[in-house]
Design a protein around this ligand. Structure first.
Ligand SMILES: Nc1ncnc2c1ncn2[C@@H]1O[C@H](COP(=O)(O)OP(=O)(O)O)[C@@H](O)[C@H]1O
Ligand SMILES: [Mg+2]
Length: 397
């Protein structure tokens, strides 16, 4: 449950917000005049529990919301401020400077308003949970879920894109997928997206320090998920350092409950850097000896370095009883229980080629069911098979 305060004298706008708000939340409308007061004056008019989100109506003058948002940002950083105003460059810049979290079009229909309010609520919850850690730094809140394998072509992108689409259903606008296959990433193609911006834009300039700018570089997907797409040219991957990727992932985890990372084959520097942050590791493995051997060696190294994420799920892909290997053989070799077994299915390459993940298309076949169960397991917070306690953080340079 989140509590919203709305500053507006516009009856119609207030009513539309009230109707758009999920019944689990609370909303109180304060008149436009309240916006001329200080942050404390506004909160003094609150007659319910602690305030999570303040929505500033389109009838509030710029100098008023600018001063108020600055005051809230300085004195009440846990509160998320959302501005309803027709967006233009001047408004966006002023909003950025004053700490406003999101701008919504006042003419938005009920479903768009509802999504914007839900997003603000999720962010507010995250801010409250992100208390300082030992080092005085804000701690990550969202789950960081890298999808990895030593080998290529085993289904990492298939699993990660479906996770993003599936998790976006349970957390609207709450899932982001980052394509960390920096040279040959195919998340954009797997999701049928044509990105205007890529990770190159996100790790440089203002985006690296400002979450609102960072979000402008994400590409929205019709499912409600967001994608941070790989560089357009393989050579651009060289401009991105592992430490920048780690900072980006950490920053996204402050904004999104689920940060899914598609990765390149192997355990390169980028994967090692994000393993430091990972909450849930997903290991994809084919039912063939080279894949299993590769994964076994990779996991051995990570265990020695104490770099295994706190929770790990093994996804066995291309499972085929006729392969001569059983699920138990694989489990015994790599030392993880299979959290999910996905058979070979013609629907998968079809969905890859169409740029429509299985969970989006709704074509229910055994792989669809397996992927859906994996999503449900993660969103229910079930600790999957192969879990162990928190690990010492090994330094990766
Ligand atoms: N269970 C499956 N059945 C059939 N084809 C699959 C299956 N999983 C993945 N594929 C296909 O295998 C190819 C490689 O999958 P992909 O997810 O891109 O692997 P990776 O990202 O590990 O390189 C894609 O064309 C994909 O459609
Ligand atoms: Mg891939």
């Amino acid at each position: 449950m989140s509590r919203f305060l709305v500053l507006t004298g516009l009856v119609d706008f207030g009513q539309r917000l009230t109707l758009s708000l999920d019944a689990a939340h609370e909303l109180q409308i304060l008149g436009a005049a309240t916006a001329s007061g200080t942050a404390s004056d506004v909160l003094g008019r609150n007659i319910g529990g602690p305030v999570d989100v303040i929505v500033v109506g389109p009838d509030i003058a710029t100098e008023q919301w600018f001063g108020l948002a600055n005051g809230l940002d300085a004195e009440y950083p846990d509160i998320v401020v959302v501005l309803a105003a027709p967006s233009n460059r001047d408004v966006t810049l002023a909003a950025l400077r004053s700490g406003i979290r999101d701008i919504i079009d006042p003419e938005s229909d009920a479903s768009q308003l509802s999504l914007a309010l839900e997003r603000a609520s999720i962010t507010a919850k995250g801010r409250k949970h992100a208390g300082p850690d030992d080092s005085g730094q804000a701690v990550s809140r969202g789950r960081i879920i890298p999808v990895m394998s030593p080998k290529g072509g085993v289904g990492k992108t298939t699993v990660s894109t479906n996770l993003a689409v599936g998790l976006a259903r349970s957390a609207p606008k709450g899932a982001v997928i980052v394509d960390l296959d920096l040279q040959f990433g195919d998340v954009a193609s797997g999701l049928g997206l044509e990105p205007h911006y890529t990770i190159n834009d996100a790790v440089s300039g203002a985006a690296s320090s400002d979450s609102m700018v960072l979000k402008a570089f994400l590409t929205p997907h019709p499912s409600g998920a967001y994608a941070m797409c790989a560089p357009l040219r393989p050579a651009d991957a060289d401009l991105i350092k592992p430490v920048q990727v780690a900072a980006l992932v950490s920053q996204l985890s402050m904004e999104f409950p689920y940060v899914i990372l598609d990765t390149s084959p192997g355990l390169g520097d980028v994967v090692l850097a994000v393993l430091e942050l990972a909450t849930d590791g997903i290991w994809v493995c084919g039912m063939d000896i080279p894949s299993i051997r590769g994964l076994n060696h990779g996991l051995e190294v990570l265990r020695q370095l104490d770099l295994m994420p706190p929770s790990n799920t093994l996804v066995l892909n291309f499972a085929d009883k006729r392969s001569g290997l059983t699920v138990k053989d694989v489990e015994a070799t790599v030392g993880l229980s299979a959290g999910m077994v996905l058979p070979q299915s013609r629907a998968v390459p079809f969905s890859t080629n169409a740029g429509v993940p299985l969970l989006q298309s709704g074509r229910r076949d055994p792989v669809w069911k397996g992927l859906k169960a994996l999503v449900d397991k993660i969103s229910a917070g079930v600790v999957p098979a192969g879990t162990k306690g928190p690990r010492r953080r090994a330094a990766v340079s």
